[in-house]
Design a protein. Structure first.
Length: 132
């Protein structure tokens, strides 16, 4: 880094700390009570759910919907990163099913889930947070 680049970096205003940024943009870590609240489905949400074909796509939709309700963001994640939330969703909405496989649904299903989640809330463009 040159002296000029270093000077530019030093002049940037830092409003939020790294911890505050993570608190805003990190995927929610839900308690049991929060899971009950965020992963519950209204009648219109249930109608959207049945339009998705596979259980994997439906479960992904419920997860994204719950995270969206919690933070108003979409998150990129692998199913193995959200095992507790996924297990809760499977138990509540899919007859106590134990597993759906570890890979993500097809890209088209992910896109459909994002569109379906944003539509009832009236959002046309929803930001995506990349959770590490």
């Amino acid at each position: 880094m040159t002296a000029r680049e270093f000077e530019t970096v030093q002049k940037r205003l830092r409003i939020l700390s790294e911890d505050e940024i993570e608190a805003i943009y990190e995927r929610p870590r839900l308690t049991h009570e929060e899971r009950i609240h965020y992963f519950s489905l209204s009648q219109p949400e249930k109608k959207l759910l049945v339009q998705l074909r596979s259980v994997k796509s439906q479960a992904y939709f419920v997860l994204q919907l719950g995270y969206f309700k919690a933070k108003h963001l979409f998150f990129i994640f692998d199913l193995h990163e959200v095992t507790e939330d996924l297990q809760y969703v499977l138990e509540q909405h899919f007859g106590n099913r134990k597993s759906i496989g570890g890979s993500l649904p097809a890209r088209m299903s992910i896109s459909s889930s994002k569109d379906a989640v944003g539509r009832p809330a009236g959002h046309s463009s929803i930001p995506v947070a990349v959770s590490q």
